[in-house]
Design a protein around this ligand. Structure first.
Ligand code: PLP
Length: 368
């Protein structure tokens, strides 16, 4: 007789995992919105040093990283949550805030993990369609807030569509949200967003909105995706206390903690990488437009494009894969006939454009 699992395990959607790890070294990995830049040698050394003491549990206060983030953003350490990737904090927020009878509101398509929160807790998910430009429709989201709403998720810039809303629009929205409703502004890609100004601008909103949480990560701009470090800057301490309460005490490993502390010390290099990434995204978008396709206004380290009606998304994905380029299929992210493509090195970006042109030409030529 098979083991009987909780009903929620049947509700939780399977996360669209990246594939292609068996394709060898000559592959352009543009499917997971990672940084194409490896961590700096000083960051690798800091992680290696921490491994030397791996017989001990980490200091559960994670004081050095909390203090470094507090100094950088002017937020008290007690209002900074840390996690095993920002996903960890997101899932903990679902656990701490949601339950049967409660509601969580978010735009769709947005980050693939959001549906997990309602499924795991038994809360109701309200998915609000994006507007015609694949941006959040904040009026429509505000209209869905009821007495049952506990959590609103705004992905800014949005994954997978790469679009961002300006902070004055976000603030006007926040003024309409009742104070007991937690709003998580998921800013995994904020460092790449020209629309948002600098990375301190949204931190200002925390002063006026204690129900606001800014969710950020070391996985993207700091190039530490494999180490899994995320953080949340909170408008009030209670969010940090709640997410810490529902998780195991050692949610961050010591090597990841040391690497993140060191990574924060190299902002000049971070900014140089951002500049290069933005140049790459302009090249990618221009290349896609030159092939006659629509591409959204990107504020992230990836682009989002719509495929023409005469081709099948799966055929394009296969065509790209056969040319050594991995990207993410829109169908797995909530919108068919679209592709999400991470900005890579200049050579990888050029390879993608060539491969896309070749795949499309081939498919259109062989149309029945
Ligand atoms: C919008 C968004 N939020 C959160 C995350 C989670 O990042 P991590 O758990 O690596 O910090 C991702 C990862 O792709 C993302 O796209």
């Amino acid at each position: 007789m098979p083991i009987e699992f909780a009903a929620r395990t049947r509700r939780i959607p399977v996360y669209p995992l990246a594939a292609g790890y068996d394709m060898g070294a000559d592959v352009a990995m543009l499917a997971s919105n990672e940084s194409c830049f490896p961590p700096l040698p000083e960051v690798v050394e800091a992680a290696a040093r921490a491994l030397g003491g791996a017989n001990r549990y980490p200091d559960p206060s994670y004081a050095p990283l909390r203090r470094a983030l507090a100094d950088r953003y002017g937020i008290p350490p007690q209002r900074i949550a840390l996690g095993d990737g920002s996903c960890d904090i997101l899932l903990a927020a679902g656990e701490a805030l949601l339950e049967p009878g409660a509601e969580v509101v978010y735009a769709w398509p947005a980050f693939s993990v959001y549906p997990h929160l309602a499924a795991a807790s038994g809360a109701r998910a309200i998915e609000v369609p994006l507007d015609d430009e694949d941006r959040h429709d904040l009026d429509a989201i505000a209209a869905e807030i009821t007495v049952a709403t506990r959590l609103v998720l705004i992905c800014n810039p949005n994954n997978p569509t790469a679009t961002a809303l300006a902070l004055d629009e976000i603030e006007a929205f926040l003024r309409r949200v009742p104070g007991h409703v937690c709003v998580i502004l998921d800013e995994a890609y904020c460092e790449f967003a020209l629309t948002l100004g600098d990375t301190y601008a949204s931190v200002e909103l925390l002063r006026r909105h204690p129900n606001l949480v800014l969710l950020r990560t070391f996985s993207k701009v700091y190039g530490l995706a494999a180490l899994r470090v995320g953080y949340a800057l909170c408008g009030a301490e209670d969010f940090r206390v709640a997410v810490d309460q529902v998780r195991q005490p050692f949610y961050l490993n010591a090597a990841a903690h040391a690497a993140a502390v060191e990574a924060l010390r190299h902002q000049d290099e971070v900014e140089r990488r951002v500049t290069e990434t933005i140049a790459g995204r302009i090249d990618l978008a221009d290349g896609v437009r030159s092939l006659g396709m629509w591409v959204s206004e990107s504020d992230a380290n990836f682009i989002w494009l719509h495929l023409p009606d005469e081709v099948e998304e799966a055929d394009v994905i296969e065509g790209l894969k056969s040319r050594g380029v991995l990207v993410r299929a829109g169908a797995s992210l909530g919108r068919e006939r679209s592709l999400r493509v991470t900005v890579g090195t200049a050579a990888e970006n050029a390879r993608f454009i060539d491969a896309l042109g070749a795949s499309m030409g081939h498919l259109v030529k062989h149309r029945p």
